[in-house]
Design a protein around this ligand. Sequence first.
Ligand code: HEM
Length: 145
Amino acid sequence: MKHPIHPMLVHFPIATWFLATIADIASLFTNNEQVGWVAGVLLVIGTITALFAMMAGLLELGKIDAQSPAAKIANQHMILIMTSWSFYAVSLFMRLNGTQLEQPGLIAIVLSVIGFAFLCSAGWMGGKLVYEYGVGIQKDLGNHK
Ligand code: HEM
């Protein structure tokens, strides 16, 4: 495919994970159990949609010259996002009782916040790939600098 679909797919996990972390933090300040439940649902959506974004990302990764400086940034981006995914997945797992979502405990909330920190740094690297190295938008993929 000429136009990369990765940028189209990343919005779903970014938005849902971000809102999940906000809801997790909010759940610390309210007795409303729905807030924690909403955070759990958002985590489920984010964790699943991220897998699709990862598949599309791997396709883009395969197009980058392995010897180029962009390849190093792409690998860092991938490791950071996989770390983020792992933190969010464990945070989700900790609030699951069978198929039921329970209120998040403090550790699950802390993991969600750490997942968000990794998400931000991964997003920074993703932006670097596109706006500094021209990956996905220029013909000589990743051969800059
Ligand atoms: C195996 C995992 C992944 C790999 C190998 C990968 C690889 C890439 C590559 C090569 C780019 C630059 C070209 C393009 O935009 O298509 C990129 C950009 C980006 N990626 Fe990923 N990615 C992965 C997973 C993810 C996930 C799960 C997210 C979000 C949760 C994400 C967020 C971003 C963002 C925000 C950009 C910048 C897009 C833009 O500004 O247009 N990536 N990624």
